[in-house]
Structure formats: C-alpha cells, structure tokens
Write a protein that binds this ligand. Structure first.
Ligand SMILES: C[S@@+](CC[C@H](N)C(=O)[O-])C[C@H]1O[C@@H](n2cnc3c(N)ncnc32)[C@H](O)[C@@H]1O
Length: 230
C-alpha cells in the first residue's frame, strides 16, 4: 500500500492534536495509564531519542545498557564492538551481565567505553553508591549517558523511589565526575509535562509544543558525563 502523502499526514496529525487537547482537559481519568505507549510514542521517549541521537558518537567500543540494548542498537551504528546488557534480575533473557551496582565492586572496573543508563536511577534508592559504580565501570575517557524522568506517572511495574531535577542529577554526577565533563539538559515544558501526565503520545501535541524547552517544567532530564583520561 502507498504511504500517505504529506497533506494526509498533516491532516492526521492535526486531528490527533485537536483530540489530544480535549483529552488533556476533560475528566480525571488519564488518556493512558501506561505512558501513552498504546497511543503512539510516549512524550518522554521522544525526548530520550533526541538526547541519545545528539550524543550517538559516544556510543562506541565496549558498550553496556540496562535491561536491553535498544538504544545502543538503534543509535550506535557500527561503532560498538562489544555490547552487554546489564540487569539486576537474572531472569532477563537479554542480560549478559547480572549485578547489583549498589553493592561495592560488583563488576570489574574500567571496563566500558559507553554506559547507557536510561530510566534506571529513579529505581535506585542508594543513587550515590550506584553512580560511584557507574564511574568505576567506565574506562578512562568513557562516557555515561543518563536519562531520568522529571515529570511522569508512577509505574507500578517497577520500584520507583523518585523523580529527578536537573540540579539533583548535576549534584549526583559531580560527586564522581569532573564538573567540566558533566553536561545536563532538560526536555519539555508545562504543556508537554501536562500531556505526559495525562498519558498523551508525542504526536498528540504539536511539533513546536513538543520542541519548546522551559527549565521550570522538565519532562526528562538527560546528562552526559565523561570519565577523565587520567
Ligand atoms: C525500567 S528498566 C530500564 C529499561 C530501559 N533501559 C528503558 O529504556 O527504560 C530498569 C533496569 O535497571 C535495572 N536496575 C535497577 N536497579 C539496579 C541496580 N541496583 N543494579 C543494576 N541494575 C539495576 C533493572 O534490573 C532494570 O533492568
């Protein structure tokens, strides 16, 4: 079947945005209780893609990602030469490494050139111990890419302890990484944050509404931290 033309796509998006605005305003029940996955791409996933795409050149050499290797595979191209999947849970069939990073020295130090840590830190109570382990696991010059929720519904499937602010992630990372090697950025604005909480998908708000950044209303906080060469 022929893919829809530009006019059909714009009309469909316009319709979804108008219907999304009604869902945003009406009633106390959200449009989705599962982040909008069943409606399309969740808003926070759109932002994580933007962040990982912008830092994709860092995904190279020996890489490790939590739970599955989806961001490494989608954005790493042919740069990774070894990919591990790290999980706390040994029943995960994708896991190649099982460890609890809050336990000291659970894995050999200086191992990875890139760690992709998406939506993990809000599940970890002892974030200091965990981040110390991430720093230890990185090879000198290696890069940590982090994404954490700032505004999001609570997922009962996971033990979620917190949401993060940009200041919280900056302070956490700067305990272990040289502050000049830490870059933190926020994604989202008040409308996108409201839409995320109501369970709308990314294409149920307008592209410019999705792109606008207002640091007072982050949906997602993302960071790159590079371990010193020394
Ligand atoms: C919600 S999943 C992340 C899934 C995926 N990265 C994503 O894009 O959302 C969280 C992962 O973090 C892992 N995790 C949580 N606490 C951990 C810990 N203390 N040590 C190692 N892994 C941990 C969990 O086992 C799980 O694989």
């Amino acid at each position: 079947m022929k893919p829809p033309g530009r006019i059909a796509r714009v009309t469909r998006r316009g319709f979804r945005v108008v219907r999304g605005r009604v869902l945003l305003a009406r009633g106390v029940r959200p449009a989705s209780r599962t982040f909008g996955f069943e409606r399309g791409q969740p808003i926070h996933r759109h932002y994580i893609d933007d962040f990982i795409r912008a830092h994709a050149d860092r995904i190279q050499g020996r890489c490790v990602e939590f739970h599955d290797a989806s961001y490494t595979r989608r954005f790493g191209g042919n740069r990774p030469d070894h990919v591990d999947v790290l999980d706390l849970d040994d029943s995960n069939p994708h896991a190649t490494v099982v460890a609890d990073l809050t336990k000291p020295h659970s894995l050999p130090p200086n191992t990875y050139d890139c760690i992709i840590c998406v939506h993990v830190l809000h599940l970890v109570y002892d974030a200091d111990a965990f981040t110390r382990a991430l720093h230890e696991l990185l090879a000198p010059g290696g890069t940590l890419l982090v994404a954490v929720p700032a505004t999001a519904m609570v997922d009962p499937e996971w033990t979620e302890y917190r949401r993060w602010t940009a200041l919280g992630i900056t302070t956490l990372l700067e305990q272990f990484f040289d502050p000049s090697a830490v870059q933190v950025q926020t994604y989202g604005n008040s409308l996108a944050a409201a839409a995320e909480m109501r369970g709308l998908a990314a294409d149920e708000i307008a592209p410019w509404e999705l792109r606008a950044t207002d640091e007072h209303f982050p949906v997602e906080v993302c960071a790159q931290a590079v371990k010193s060469d020394a």
